[in-house]
Design a protein. Structure first.
Length: 322
């Protein structure tokens, strides 16, 4: 994020000032999402950012761009929120993690005053990155995002966080060490992101087909040997093909009582995702059940993170399928 003065100043007129703020809403929303890991918390933090900006508009002297000023406010609002309600991983798992719809990320592409591509690139928005960054303490987390995602210099970062360059650099070293510890070993093998290949689209189709047919063996055949399966906010995580398949069987998948499934393909965090709808015995239609966010590796499904029906609204998905 290049910080340079612009001929734009918060206006004393509320409507004009609000219009200026709204141009940056989505990228600030994504920034708060990286800081908090929870989609639901982002809107509150953006609103808090705009409120602080309105209350402090008289202090903005144009020494930096409006965008940089808003990032400073948003970052500090996130740090305050983390200080008031700190979150601890349960068994090493980030139970508050939620997905971010690609359709909303796409709002930033080609925007007139949009952010750098780094703001929405796959490597820094995928779930593995979001999970790892949530393990960091708040200040190193903020420094890492400002430096490695937004491309701020050490001085810009220090100015935004009202600290010294030495402190910012020290926090960055701690953050990078923490990321190396918590990112999967194979992460570099699937970064940077690219459009889905034909093989990946076929794999996604097979995942949907086998799920709708309740074909346990078919699903097992497309899972990676060391597949990982998680369902935030539950802290449990299953590893390995046999363990994951057994988890599904134990949960009733494929039984008459479980019901039948239908799916809508979508995307989240620059990853393929599938919205799952279930029709229980006696139901007329298919109701929202979960969104599976997938990662492929070596021609197989390597990671499945499942989120509950409460996230369907953010994706603009139908409330029912008949």
């Amino acid at each position: 994020m290049t910080i340079s003065p612009r001929d734009v100043h918060p206006s004393a007129d509320e409507a004009a000032f609000t219009e200026q703020l709204q141009r940056h809403r989505r990228e600030l929303h994504v920034h708060c999402y990286r800081m908090l890991g929870s989609f639901d918390d982002c809107e509150d933090l953006v609103q808090e950012t705009f409120l602080r900006a309105w209350n402090g508009r008289a202090t903005f002297a144009g020494r930096s761009s409006l965008r940089a000023w808003l990032y400073k406010i948003a970052t500090n609002a996130c740090l305050d929120a983390l200080d008031k309600r700190p979150r601890l991983a349960i068994g090493g798992e980030i139970t508050w993690l939620q997905p971010y719809p690609d359709a909303l990320l796409d709002e930033l592409i080609g925007a007139e005053e949009g952010p750098d591509e780094a703001v929405v690139e796959k490597e820094t928005i995928e779930l593995a990155y979001l999970t790892a960054i949530q393990h960091l303490a708040p200040l190193p987390r903020a420094v890492l995002i400002l430096r490695d995602v937004l491309g701020c210099s050490a001085k810009e970062t220090a100015d935004l966080l009202e600290t010294t360059v030495a402190s910012a650099n020290s926090a960055l070293q701690r953050a990078r060490a923490g990321m190396r510890e918590h990112l999967p070993e194979q992460r570099l093998e699937w970064a940077p992101g690219a459009d889905p290949t034909v093989a990946e689209r076929e794999l996604l189709d097979r995942y949907v087909t086998c799920s709708e047919r309740a074909d346990v063996h078919g699903l097992a055949s497309i899972l990676h040997d060391d597949v990982r399966f998680a369902m935030p906010p539950q802290p449990e995580v299953w590893h390995g093909r046999d363990g994951v398949v057994q988890c599904w069987v134990d949960g009733g998948f494929g039984s008459e009582a479980f019901g039948s499934l239908r799916h809508v393909i979508t995307r989240a965090n620059r990853q393929p995702a599938v919205a799952c709808y279930v029709r229980r015995p006696g139901d007329d239609g298919y109701a929202p059940m979960a969104i599976d966010v997938l990662r492929f590796r070596d021609g197989a499904v390597a990671d499945i993170v499942v989120f509950g029906p409460e996230v369907f609204g953010a994706f603009g998905l139908p409330r029912e399928i008949r």
